[in-house]
Design a binder for this molecule. Structure first.
Ligand code: GLU
Length: 278
């Protein structure tokens, strides 16, 4: 079946074999007559660099991939994220959180029994209980804050939700395990969860393929789709490429980059085979 798929790298380093697998997986999953899109996830301006983005385009072209233009660059779409955030705020589903990391850690230590979610200890909800006047005072004082999603209230609004993963079947969405996640910060009107969910809908992606490390995030994305009235694509979370010791390849482990493999004389076909796709 023809699908619209995408590869959505963050330009924070050079692509390695794990990325080659992921992008070839998405490229093949589009099927005959399908569409393949490229999205540059560059909302974190402190970690993203233009030379990494240029290298990504070059490496993908070298692998033989062709994507539809224009490439979507998240940093150019802040207004769209701001609008989606406004929609959630108007529905009363966001609240400002003024806690510092240290305050959250102290609160968790005090309570002694903080549940652990897929991303670590769950936020104890301290600022959810602030009265409006306290919020105003803190905002007016210029205190930095994050906007958190009130997950319990959001789920009450959205009701029972499911999504379909091509590898794992029908999945019941359980975003409450994350607690009240951060959707934006004072200086950045978005987050990974918000922008990825909105972009997949705006780009009309029908099949989201990505590594199994992002499987849990889909629980949140499914909730955001329901709250924002967005369609739900199909998902296929693929296994991660591991090195000979069974360790997951990651940029920080100095996994061989595609450019190093190319420089050593490997062909795109050999790199595809090394990544496990031949
Ligand atoms: N930008 C994310 C990453 O590089 C991938 C986002 C996604 O595929 O949903 O890990």
């Amino acid at each position: 079946m023809a699908e619209t798929t995408r590869f959505a790298p963050s330009p924070t380093g050079y692509l390695h074999l794990g990325h080659a697998y992921s992008t070839l997986f998405a490229y093949r999953a589009k099927g005959a007559g399908g569409r393949f899109l490229l999205r540059i996830e560059d909302i974190d301006r402190t970690r993203c660099r233009p030379e990494f983005e240029a290298a990504i385009l070059e490496d993908l072209a070298w692998l033989g991939l062709r994507w539809e233009e224009p490439v979507r660059r998240q940093s150019e779409h802040m207004d769209e994220y701001r609008a989606a955030l406004g929609q959630l705020e108007a529905a009363g589903l966001l609240y400002p959180c003024f806690c510092t990391r240290a305050e959250i850690a102290a609160e968790i230590a005090r309570s002694g029994a903080a549940p652990h979610g897929p991303d670590g200890p769950v936020y104890p909800g301290t600022c959810r209980h602030l009265v409006e006047q306290d919020r105003t005072v803190r905002r007016n004082a210029g205190k930095p804050f994050a906007l958190r999603l009130d997950v319990a209230r959001s789920m009450a609004r959205a009701g029972h939700l499911t999504w379909h993963d091509r590898g794992r079947g029908q999945i019941e969405a359980r975003p409450e395990r994350f607690g009240d996640i951060v959707l934006a910060r004072k200086e950045t009107p978005t987050s990974y969860h918000l922008s990825v969910t909105l972009d997949d809908a705006l780009q009309r992606v029908t099949l989201v393929t990505r590594g199994a490390d992002l499987f849990e995030a889909t629980h949140i994305h499914r909730l955001l789709q329901a709250l924002l009235g967005l369609p739900t694509p199909d998902y296929h979370h693929h296994a991660l490429v591991r090195d000979v010791d069974g360790k997951r390849l990651a940029k920080r482990d100095e996994a061989p980059t595609l450019r190093a493999l190319r420089a050593s004389g490997k062909t795109p076909e050999e790199v595809g085979a090394m990544a496990g796709l031949s």
